[in-house]
Design a protein around this ligand. Sequence first.
Ligand SMILES: C[S@@+](CC[C@H](N)C(=O)[O-])C[C@H]1O[C@@H](n2cnc3c(N)ncnc32)[C@H](O)[C@@H]1O
Length: 343
Amino acid sequence: MRHLSVPSKKTASVREYLTTQGWLAEGYGIQSIGDNRAIPLNDKAPQSIKKYKQITLSPLSPPPKHWTERLDLELFTEYKEYWPMSHDQIGDIIILKLPSEIIDFGNTIGEAILQQFPNMRVVCADKGVTGKFRVRDLQILSSRNKQTTETIVRENGNEMIVNPSVAYYSPRLANERLLTVESAKKLKNRLGRPLDVCDPYAGVGPSLVTLLSEKGLTNKIYGSDLNPAAVPILKQNIGNHWAECRDARDLSKEHPQCADLLLVNLPHESINHLSKLIGLLKKNQETVIRGWAIIDNESIDTTKQKLEKILDEYIINDITISPSKSYSPKESYASFEISLTIN
Ligand SMILES: C[S@@+](CC[C@H](N)C(=O)[O-])C[C@H]1O[C@@H](n2cnc3c(N)ncnc32)[C@H](O)[C@@H]1O
């Protein structure tokens, strides 16, 4: 294929000129030849363009747009309707759901994906979230070096360690964590001092990491989780703050009245556990509970009444329930925020 050889400094401007003239061979790469760059030309390009030399080179084909283009064509065609077109990314791990029809090609799929994404280290098949710790059952399909699902994620500008096959972590909740920071800032302003925060379902601590990144927002931090595998990671993520493996429902015996702000993130059980968590809140001042729950689409009002009933001994200043996304056809994932005073 004909290429126009130009000094590397001129590459961008000449490429633009060729595009406007309709002479650039679209979809082929620019190649380095010493200090020059060779820009691919199409059949319409004249034999002489400005003062630049034309040379003949094998074209540099563009990389495949999708990893499935790296599969053997026969294999790809036979299972055409089953190849997953989307995936999740957590740190340097790619996670995808494989239909049973193609599960036997797991390693081939993993290799193709690693070739496609040079910065990724591990490819895993996601077999769903299991057990009371809400951990993903991940099967490593292929990895560049370490066969581990521990990785570092960057979220809202903060880095933290996660390991989705041993402890719950969802990047989809990153925005909820920012909303928690907004609530915390307002409470801090109302109380006129940094907050003591308790997160008894902390997992690996993404909410606490986000709160801690705001200078002057927090004072004491209490983070715990019942999953023993989450706690060593939580400890690393929140530094010298208190972090232990505990059942949230027992924590108020150990740390009574420790929190201005209490986080309750066990969506299937948050509301049922609530009465056991009240002892964690400070008395004779405003406190805030920020929680998450799966609620019936029709039942925002009944959920509010349920919360009012659980808290009827205390002064409820405000309750807000905000459904944020659909969980199932009939249910939503919602956050609730309660401002409470316990005398
Ligand atoms: C939905 S995850 C939330 C984790 C974390 N807050 C986050 O946003 O990534 C719920 C967490 O609660 C923990 N858990 C389940 N039952 C618990 C209990 N009774 N006491 C404390 N933690 C519990 C699970 O291990 C899991 O890490």
